[in-house]
Design a binder for this molecule. Sequence first.
Ligand code: AHM
Ligand code: MG
Length: 335
Amino acid sequence: MHQKNKTLGEFIIENQSAFKYTSGELSRLINSIRLAAKVVNHEVNKAGLVDIIGDAGDQNIQGENQQKLDVYANLKFIQTLTNRNIVCGIASEEEDSFISINSQDENHQNKYIVLIDPLDGSTNIDVNVSVGTIFSIYRRVTPIGTPVTIEDFLQQGNQQVAAGYVIYGTSTMLVYTTGCGVNGFTLNPAIGSFYLSHPNMEFPADGKIYSVNEGNYIHFPLGIKNYIKYCQMEEDDRPYTSRYIGSLVSDFHRNMIKGGIYMYPKSSKMGNGKLRLLYECNPMAFLAEQANGKASDGFTRIMDIQPTELHERVPFICGSRNMVEKAEEFMRKYS
Ligand code: AHM
Ligand code: MG
């Protein structure tokens, strides 16, 4: 069969044996994410047609307004993972605390936990801009059969078993890694199947795109300010092009295909930046490294940071290897 005629379902089965701890459990887990992604995709695509957009009235733990589709996506992913009885715990950007599944059942043998940002960039929905789902999968560290604890969720990103995102864009894609490279699948909406469209995705080592919210420039650390000036300088292959969608998944996806750097630095207003280590930075960092890119907080590898709380934020610099290294050089020089 030609690589590109392969469906995600076929790909998962074929690659199951290549996975070192194979028991079929991870394959089932990725299958449920695929299913929830299709359901959410259907709803996201309807957003412009029905009166579903707008605030749901609730605020998430960070005090931000939730959009209705955030609530919907959160519910769908949690329901799908819970109903199929595949994971032992879930943490979501939209939930204050983690959820322990079947904690009363001593025969409960599931070993994976999932951390999820069900609908990232959701403020973009009401203007018809692409949004995404980000997920991250770990093996639990506490004994199987006992209720999960916070320890299971506060693992370093380098312990991730799998990570990926769904991009609800001009076409809907599911991109993921289990630690053997990154593969992208595009949804054929007529048939409802994801097909392998982007095998072995890689960031070009160099790029010409920088993505950062320059409106915050005045609040950025000197290293970032000077790196931005460097990007704008007329020298060698510069100035670079500036592209910022404000939807992490979309900015990342474009930069991975074309070559570029994404930055959400700390600022005098947001001491640790905006993005969450567990729900956004670690999964994107795992994908970036698996795609020959790099992710750092300016000084430290993102995946080596020890998390201390579920919703913590970190500065995030991610993308083409040489570009990230250059930004780190500026951070070191001007810190
Ligand atoms: P969210 O999780 O509340 O949607 O926020 C995350 C999003 C990212 O997708 C995006 O890159 C960033 O926030 C944009 O933030 P800003 O508007 O401050 O530039
Ligand atoms: Mg988010």
